[in-house]
Design a protein around this ligand. Structure first.
Ligand SMILES: Nc1ncnc2c1ncn2[C@@H]1O[C@H](COP(=O)(O)OP(=O)(O)OP(=O)(O)O)[C@@H](O)[C@H]1O
Length: 252
């Protein structure tokens, strides 16, 4: 029997479209070399150095799926002056025969403005702080409201895209977020997550794609720089700092 998930099964570049490889976004190696991404039914991660193209790709996938470029649900109409790339129009997606009932595109960078807009809409409709619990968005810290969104707004049968969700979360809250993601994955949800967090990346059985100078390829958790560097550092912070500072002095 064909399974319901993943809702977004795969994507690749449309080979019929003319591409300018010298201009953004195709000037980014991981976008230029993009062949095919096969998504995991539960969790797919995008990892890579700062500037590797994760947000560019996440945004394009989100728009191709039907989300608002700035984040939110498929119904969100929130927008800022920030321009988004045209990459979405170059993507060919393969989707499940079954549409998810819920969805959300969470971008750390525009989260607070978007959340304010959503809460105003809910209050206007007579709903009091539904998405952020009883306390309301503006009486919570950034991380608390972020987690409240996961706890209240993310529902079963959903497709969720999260761009650097760890940005506002302490290590303990990242573990809480992992537990929420795991519960939702059991409740027929699919996640695509761009992250730098070695904690989130530990999600079992996830598929991890690394974006780098040579393109985009699947990798293992233990092979990510996030895992190896963090592990190496925590094993002996003093030695690593000594080496780092010595190298800096040599450069001076
Ligand atoms: N609108 C734009 N026009 C031109 N170049 C852009 C634009 N937006 C991003 N870039 C460039 O594209 C590259 C990839 O940016 P992107 O934000 O996708 O990286 P990222 O992997 O999400 O980085 P980070 O981990 O720091 O969030 C960067 O070099 C960035 O400067």
């Amino acid at each position: 029997m064909l399974s319901v998930k993943p809702y977004l099964r795969s994507l690749k570049l449309n080979p019929d479209m003319a591409i300018d490889y010298d201009a953004y976004p195709f000037s980014i190696p991981a976008v230029r070399e993009l062949e095919q991404i096969e998504f995991h039914p539960e969790v797919t991660f995008l990892v890579g150095e700062n500037g590797a193209g994760k947000s560019t790709l996440m945004e394009a996938m989100a728009i191709a799926w039907g989300f608002n470029a700035e984040g939110g649900t498929r119904n969100a109409r929130f927008s800022t002056a920030d321009a988004h790339s045209e990459l979405h129009s170059y993507l060919r997606t393969v989707k499940s025969f079954k549409r998810p009932r819920n969805g959300y595109f969470l971008r750390a960078e525009s989260f607070f403005n978007l959340a304010t807009y959503e809460e105003e809409l809910e209050e206007g409709a007579g709903r009091v702080h539904h998405s952020y619990g009883d306390k309301g968005l503006h009486r919570q810290s950034h991380g608390e409201s972020f987690l409240a969104l996961l706890q209240n707004k993310f529902q079963p049968d959903g497709f969720y895209m999260l761009d650097e969700p760890e940005a506002a979360l302490s290590p303990n809250r990242q573990l809480t977020a992992l537990a929420i993601i795991h519960k939702l994955a059991q409740d027929r949800c699919q996640f695509i997550i761009a992250t730098h967090s070695p904690i989130l990346l530990a999600y079992p059985h996830a598929r991890i794609y690394l974006l780098d100078q040579s393109g985009l390829a699947e990798t293992r958790y233990e092979d990510t720089e996030h895992y190896t560097t963090t592990r190496h550092f925590l094993n002996n912070p003093a030695a690593m700092l000594e080496q780092l500072f010595a190298e800096e002095n040599e450069d001076d």
